[in-house]
Design a protein around this ligand. Sequence first.
Ligand code: FES
Ligand SMILES: [Fe+2]
Length: 349
Amino acid sequence: MIPLATTFLPAAFYGCAAVARQEWRHYIGRFWQPLLPVAALPLAGAQAIELAGRSLLITQATGQGVQVFVNRCPHRGVAFLPEKAGARPCRKLICPYHGWTYGLDGRLLAAAREADYGDGFDRRAWDLEPVPCQVVAGMIWIALGREPLPLEQQLDLVLEEAQPLLEQPRVVLGRHRQTLACNWKIAHDNTLDDYHVAIAHPATLHREQGPVRLYRHRLGGYANLLATPWPSSASGTAEFLTFGLPPWNHLLLWPDGRLAVISFVPQSLTSCQLELWLLGEACWLPQADRLLQELRSFLAEDQALVESAQQGYATLDASGDASFRPGPPHRLEQRILHHQGLYTSLMPH
Ligand code: FES
Ligand SMILES: [Fe+2]
């Protein structure tokens, strides 16, 4: 069991380029990242996605399932598709530079004027570079580093509490992405923070989560959980589950099967990309815009707070060091301490 942090992570960890490099090597690289719902892909086709400065290509082909590759042609490094092309039905990938043509399984099918390469040219030596991927909860997850821990471990509490609900079929109800002007850890801390909800989201998330005295918390090896009665006015045993999981992800799971996946992917020391996917049964489609808007309302309330906290954390003293000393953690901030205990245990000392 990872020890809970007893104090908040010092402000110096939020604005230092050397720390950010170590995060990738020691912390972020251990984990898996939800990238895209399988339901967003054509049955045979591809989609490009940018994630933390990497361009990835996700393919699906009948009988071959989903695969993820580095979106970079082995010949001269050009991308096969731009992200703005969206999900594109196709049977092969043709490089726009010199026309090398790949199957959706990443194998080179043909190079333009291939005969001129001579006998030494072997197509089998020029596969696309694969990225480890798995499908869980209808989402495609990719490994962010070379030696990720098993995804089931990262999802420990999620699988324990919600596995049957997790695997039910879902369609995409909505997607939202935007840049937040804060370090990813400030956005992640905020979404693990069960102390602020009643104060900062009285008419949005707080209505969904209900009275603070009914909060149920669990802390796993990697994931943590806030469970609240659902619907908050009834006395049933169903719960709305809010999971936090490393490196910067949140899964919100309603008893009716709706699933929101929220990530805060680092862009720079002072910015991150908020990624939100909302999935659910097809019967929710007529209400999809409203449901997405409800989530965006509380995320907009959070945007103002995290961007303000960024200013507070980034203020330097006369000697150029972070001047902010965070206050004492409250009991309702234990999920932040849980995450920061994990973060600290993986970072070099
Ligand atoms: S870079 Fe792709 S074929 Fe040349
Ligand atoms: Fe919030």
